[in-house]
Design a protein around this ligand. Structure first.
Ligand code: G1P
Length: 312
């Protein structure tokens, strides 16, 4: 059973400056909720019960967001604002415990994850990168990406890494997987993933034989990029300890996975729906518009506004 998820939130959000000078990037709103609230809800829907935030001294607003605020609650009660009171009280999903551990120094994703080791206590776990929001509006709402990864892990015991095809011109922003020649021959054209061929091939999963963090387009083994969701076995700790400094002088989790996949086979899971890189300004703006358009309360008005402003 996977009941724990690590959410690394210690990053300084420099790509989102000046907005993130004194606000954690995870607290920026998408429609009416901060990004981190969507991420925690996603974990809860996938059956996660314990969330470990790997955090930084400048990120106290995140801890406060999931804590009770008695002053605010009693004020809303006094003013008989029932709906708002209900919303505020349910920010932290029921039965979810949120814990915090400090990263101290920013030395990369693998370093952040290793800080959570004492709280994970030798169990398999999920990792959710809060920069990546996954939109499932366009797909079957019963299909939850993280839940599917957890189910696959439970069936196979193999670690599961979520991937998405991206343009080769953008590949150097991602960790990238190599599926090996046999799978490539069936489901790729050159190094470009062919989703139609994959769906027709009856292959149940995408094998991973190697991973590279932020390769140049010329060196990328494929265009399948890692997009911020992982479910890993407890064997990962041995490899985390032995991961050397990588790209950007950081200890890269992709390198940890590369070391582990030599000993323990792992699979890639194709994302259902789209992902938004909310750690970048354009990705954040696109996510905001998409979520606004799909909002029950504001969707019709925003669609009308965009339609009209498009006609100007
Ligand atoms: C991180 C990971 C990378 C992954 C990306 C998107 O990079 O290191 O492998 O592809 O997130 O999920 P970052 O965006 O922090 O540079």
């Amino acid at each position: 059973m996977i009941t724990k998820a690590i959410i690394p939130v210690a990053g300084l959000g420099t790509r989102m400056l000046p907005a993130t000078k004194s606000i954690p990037k995870e607290m920026l709103p998408i429609v009416d909720k901060p990004i981190i609230q969507y991420i925690v809800n996603e974990a809860a829907l996938a059956g996660i019960k314990e969330i470990i935030l790997v955090t930084h001294s400048s990120k106290n607003a995140i801890e406060n967001h999931f804590d009770r605020s008695f002053e605010l609650e009693s004020e809303l009660e006094k003013r008989v604002k029932r709906q708002q009171l209900k919303e505020i009280k349910s920010i932290c999903p029921p039965d979810i415990a949120i814990m915090h551990v400090r990263q101290g120094e920013t030395k990369g994703l693998a370093h952040a994850i290793s800080k959570a080791k004492p709280l994970v206590r030798g169990e398999p776990f999920a990792i959710i990168l809060p920069d990546v929001m996954i939109n499932q509006f366009k797909c079957d709402m019963r299909t939850d990406n993280l839940k599917e990864m957890i189910d696959r892990f439970n069936e196979t015991g193999r670690s599961q890494i979520m991937v998405q095809p991206v343009q080769l011109s953008n590949i150097s922003a991602y960790g990238v997987i190599d599926t090996g020649k046999a799978f490539r021959d069936k489901c790729f054209e050159g190094c470009i993933f062919n989703e139609k061929a994959y769906l027709e091939s009856q292959e149940k999963s995408i094998p991973i034989v190697n991973l590279v963090e932020k390769p140049d387009a010329d060196d990328a083994p494929s265009n399948l990029a890692i997009v911020g969701r992982y479910v890993v076995s407890d064997k990962i700790w041995d490899y985390l300890e032995n991961t050397p400094l990588g790209v950007g002088d950081e200890i890269q989790f992709t390198d940890t996975l590369r070391l582990m996949c030599r000993d323990y086979p792992m699979d890639a899971v194709l994302i259902k729906g789209d992902s938004f890189d909310c750690g970048s300004k354009l990705g954040y703006m696109k996510a905001f518009v998409e979520y606004a358009l799909n909002s029950r309360r504001f969707g019709a008005d925003i669609a009308e506004f965009i339609r009209k402003s498009g006609l100007k």
